[in-house]
Ligand binder design. Structure first.
Ligand code: ATP
Length: 252
């Protein structure tokens, strides 16, 4: 079976800075792949490119085995690829429900089949279902997101992406700002999302979380993938060794 998403030889130059120097990546449906690497290794740049926010200088992207051009975030979303960035990109002046459905509002049919009003009840119900599946840290659906805690905002952003992603979801440091209970909820949601056949890319500096939740780990260093490990066969020392260059990589 072809990987649901694959990158081959991706380069990205910003002026004189080489952010990616021939990076490869692959993930299969229903798999959790952790993407790790030291600061500046190229994880965020690769994520932006694979979610249509940035364009590669060269290289190839394959979706379900076919070459694609991800010319915009909308183009990626239409393929079923959703991304949660570290800054979350929520609208702080809107509520949890409004953020959940931003740009995808459910409309009621109006007269003569025209689109009528927004279906607030349907959007509330859909949001409640999505948040409950995360472990219900969002108690107040109508308060503005700007007034919520970092953990609650993270929950909304992850639940939104998980609700809309049909193929691949990128989570950039989703547990970085969270307490113990909320971290557990996010890791559980990642497992549930993968069990539904969706590929989850988990970017993290937390080796315990990586080992806890991933099936495979792909290690980046200086803009390239330098090693791939099956998590079950790997120790934390091996991961850190591959990240820092102290160990040779081995491809699982
Ligand atoms: N827009 C940009 N303009 C110039 N340089 C950039 C840009 N984006 C990334 N870079 C550079 O590319 C390299 C890779 O950065 P990137 O943010 O992808 O790494 P990362 O692995 O996500 O790091 P971190 O773990 O610190 O988030 C770094 O040297 C960074 O400074």
């Amino acid at each position: 079976m072809a990987p649901v998403l694959q990158a081959r030889g991706i380069t990205r130059e910003y002026g004189h800075v080489t952010a990616l120097a021939g990076a490869d990546f692959d993930i299969e449906a229903g798999e959790v792949v952790a993407l790790i690497g030291d600061n500046g290794a190229g994880k965020s740049t690769l994520t932006r490119i694979l979610s249509g926010t940035d364009a590669p200088t060269s290289g190839e992207i394959l979706f379900e085995g076919e070459p694609v051009t991800l010319s915009s975030p909308v183009a990626a979303r239409e393929l079923g690829i959703e991304t949660v960035y570290q800054d979350l990109a929520l609208a702080p002046h809107l509520s949890a429900v409004q953020n959940m459905y931003l740009g995808r509002e459910i409309m009621k049919r109006g007269l003569l089949g025209r689109l009528g009003f927004m279906d607030r009840a349907a959007m509330r119900a859909g949001s409640r279902t999505a948040f409950d599946s995360l472990g219900a840290t969002v108690r107040e659906l109508d308060g503005t997101v700007g007034g919520m805690s970092g953990g609650q905002r993270q929950g909304i952003a992850v639940a939104r992406a998980a609700a809309w992603a049909s193929k691949v979801i990128f989570l950039d440091e989703p547990t970085a700002a969270l307490g113990v209970v909320q971290t557990k909820n996010v890791l559980d949601l990642i497992r549930r999302t993968a069990a539904n056949g969706i590929a989850v890319v988990f970017i993290s500096h937390s080796m315990p979380h990586v080992i806890d939740v991933s099936d495979r780990v792909q290690v980046m260093r200086q803009g390239r993938r330098v090693a791939t490990f099956r998590t079950a066969d790997t120790s934390m020392e091996q991961l850190v060794g591959a990240m820092t260059g102290a160990l040779d990589g081995r491809v699982a």
